[in-house]
Design a protein around this ligand. Structure first.
Ligand code: COS
Length: 396
């Protein structure tokens, strides 16, 4: 089953995106990855996506990327297509981008050269470590402490090194990543203006990523515990105390792509529903002959298109610099909120159309029903998107 790429004629897209649309569906359809073990499957997807050249869209051109800069529309098209086929393939792809995004935006030339080409080849697995047990939506409340190593009584320490102490949670690729972009408090009293970012290699002494977290749609997720984990000055990412904005800028790029993933899952659910409705016989006709079914399929298609247009607009605004920074953030928030919420409804409707088969473990709509749920929460829950949009409505 292949997704339609008809929407790529829309003026939001250009030839680079149509080229992805022309090549990716065939490539991904030819992949058959055993996904029973989510960690092994993710490693395998990263390897294949790297070999196929698709991870090159996760980094800028100067560091092995396919396009000059990170391109939101390319990320959306890729995630939509991958998620249609396999939400785990989409996850493996997306995490390479999100996990290295802060390095693409604010890394020093040496950091970019050390990490980004390896991410693009699939040789290094990336992770983004922002959330904490007491700081999910409220990022500025984070507790992970970065203390200057010298102040920590290590007299021989060179200036600029830090010690990390505390924990992160819900970290995708946790335990299997090669490095983490970690956000920590460097000025505990300064709120969002006291957060800095660091690149922490997975083998750093004092980092324990063994606490796996099991979720309803399996994917690699872990808790990270930092105990006097030393990060050298060269591993500081971006300016001191500018980490909050860096995290927000990274999320701004990837929020529209979460919407893209939701679209892929919703389009797959609609395709499954259409196929089932054309085959399932009852009361002397097929399901698709009933007006009730037609109305439901029509509603599903419109819900998908509403999310799609907001998503493509947000990605286009970001890529082409339309509007102010705030307007672009709001557009990304609207896209993420509407596309993920609508996808949940569409998948639920598709499941209902399947009747008992919809809840049978192993059916595609059953797994999509579990896969979609987290997208309404991660990278900014629906309520956070409402907050971002609402604040902007009150203070345009
Ligand atoms: N880009 C650049 N700067 C941004 C920004 C963005 N998208 N959003 C906010 N900022 C800046 C603000 O301009 C403000 O700057 P000043 O200190 O110079 O005034 C600063 O960051 C703080 O902004 P704000 O006051 O809006 O921060 P809040 O603490 O109120 O938090 C929300 C705002 C809730 C929107 C933010 O914490 C958020 O996005 N939370 C969700 C986090 C998330 O997605 N978690 C999932 C992790 S990955 S799975």
């Amino acid at each position: 089953m292949s997704p339609s790429t008809e929407h790529l004629v829309l003026p939001f897209f250009d030839d680079a995106h149509r080229d992805i649309g022309a090549r990716l569906p065939e490539w991904v359809n030819a992949q058959d990855v055993d996904e029973r073990d989510d960690r092994a499957a993710c490693r395998e997807w990263v390897r294949r996506l790297g070999e196929g050249g698709w991870l090159r869209y996760c980094v800028p051109g100067a560091h092995g990327g396919a396009l000059p800069a990170l391109d939101s529309r390319a990320l959306v098209v890729l995630r939509e297509t991958l998620a249609f086929h396999s939400p785990l393939a989409d996850f493996a792809f997306a995490m390479q981008g999100l996990g290295s995004g802060a390095i693409s935006i604010a890394g020093s030339p040496a950091q970019q050269a050390a990490y980004l080409p390896a991410v693009a080849r699939g040789d290094k697995i990336a992770a983004f470590a922002l959330s904490e047990p007491g700081a999910g939506s409220d990022v500025a409340a984070m507790q992970l402490q970065a203390t200057p190593a010298r102040a920590d009584c290590v007299a021989q320490e060179p200036d600029g090194a830090f010690m990390l102490d505390g924990r992160k949670t819900w970290i995708s690729n946790g335990g299997m990543a090669d490095f983490y972009c970690v956000f920590a408090k460097t000025e505990p009293q300064a709120g969002s203006r006291g957060i800095s970012a660091f690149i922490v290699d997975a083998d750093a002494p004092g980092l324990d990523a063994s606490g796996h977290i099991e979720v309803m749609a399996p994917h690699p997720l872990a808790e990270l515990v930092f105990t006097r984990c030393r990060v050298a000055a060269e591993q500081q990412l971006g300016e001191l105390n500018a980490g909050f904005k860096l995290a927000m800028q990274t999320l701004d790029i990837f929020r529209a792509s979460v919407a893209g993933a939701a679209l892929g899952m919703a389009r797959r659910a609609l395709a499954e529903a259409v196929r089932h409705a054309g085959r399932r016989r009852m009361f002397g006709q097929v399901l698709a002959d009933f007006q009730l079914t037609q109305a439901r399929l029509g509603e599903m298609a419109a819900l998908i298109d509403a999310g799609a247009l907001l998503t493509y607009r947000a990605a286009w605004m970001r890529d082409t610099g339309q509007g102010s920074m705030k307007e672009r953030s709001v557009a990304a928030a609207m896209a993420k909120m509407v596309a993920t919420e609508n996808a949940q409804r569409v998948i639920d409707m598709a499941l209902q159309l399947h009747g008992g088969l919809g809840v049978k473990v192993g059916s595609k709509v059953e797994s999509l029903y579990r896969d979609i749920r987290a997208l309404r929460i991660y990278e900014g829950a629906t309520e956070v998107q409402q907050l971002i949009i609402g604040k902007a409505v009150l203070q345009p």
